[in-house]
Design a protein around this ligand. Structure first.
Ligand code: ZN
Length: 241
């Protein structure tokens, strides 16, 4: 099967598209639909998958989970009405509310990262968890002499300052060498089966395949909930409202 064309990679605001059904398969009590192209975001990079529907005149498929592997997006769920056949044309529609929240949470993670960078902390970015249930970003590093509360206050103030600048999200598809020139930190392992993309906020670049707000102010209010240091890992928990 050809790799699924990832439409959300080039247009992150696109929530609907037409597609061609490559395959419909029953698996572990669910149905897995694969398409030639999709607007559905598969879970990854700390961002949860989209929900939504795929339909045509004959059938409606409810997308409950979206996964990515070896270039293929699996839309997992059940048919509410009828069933597609391979080769049929369908319309995809992402749950806009869920996507909007996940996008704001994900972009909020980048703003924490920008704030930390601007404050001059040289911590190395690690895991990000941009789920509605307690989002956080982790770094390897140390707080040194500063208390977690003092650092949280500084990052919180810097975040407000950054959000007030009205910075637009820019995306660029680049080679790994160009990536190193644009980004403060490039992880050792980047997915080989997805386009190589950098997200830029001004001159701050991050290798990222997630979905992002058009302008940083679209995140809304962003606050630091807590900072915790343990075994050389600093966890910065945040919230958006
Ligand atoms: Zn991102």
């Amino acid at each position: 099967m050809e790799p699924t064309k990832l439409l959300y990679m080039t247009d992150m605001q696109l929530l609907e598209c037409s597609a061609y059904v490559e395959d419909v398969e029953d698996k572990d009590g669910n149905v897995v639909v694969t398409l030639d192209q999709t607007v559905f975001y598969p879970q990854g990079g700390g961002q949860p998958y989209d929900n939504g529907t795929i339909s045509n005149d004959n059938a409606t498929f409810v997308v409950e989970e979206v996964r990515f592997g070896e270039g293929i997006v699996s839309h997992i769920g059940h048919f509410e009405k009828g069933r597609f056949m391979q080769g049929e044309d369908v319309s995809c529609k992402v749950d806009a509310e869920r996507r909007a929240l996940n996008t704001r949470l994900h972009s909020g993670g980048h703003v924490v990262d920008m704030a930390i960078n601007e404050l001059g902390y040289t911590w190395t970015p690690g895991k990000g968890f941009h789920f509605p249930e307690g989002p956080y970003v982790e770094y390897s590093g140390t707080l040194g002499e500063e208390t977690p509360e003092a650092v949280a206050d500084k990052i919180g103030s810097k975040i407000n300052e950054i959000l007030a600048r009205n910075i637009k999200t820019e995306i660029r598809f680049v080679s790994k060498d160009e990536m190193a020139a644009l980004c403060r930190h490039v992880p050792e392992f980047l997915p080989k089966d997805k386009p190589s993309r950098v997200v830029l906020y001004g001159d701050f670049g991050v290798p990222c395949g997630g979905t992002h707000v058009v302008e940083l102010k679209d995140i809304g209010q962003e606050t630091i909930r807590k900072i915790k240091e343990k075994d050389g890992v600093i966890r910065v928990s945040y919230a958006v409202a």
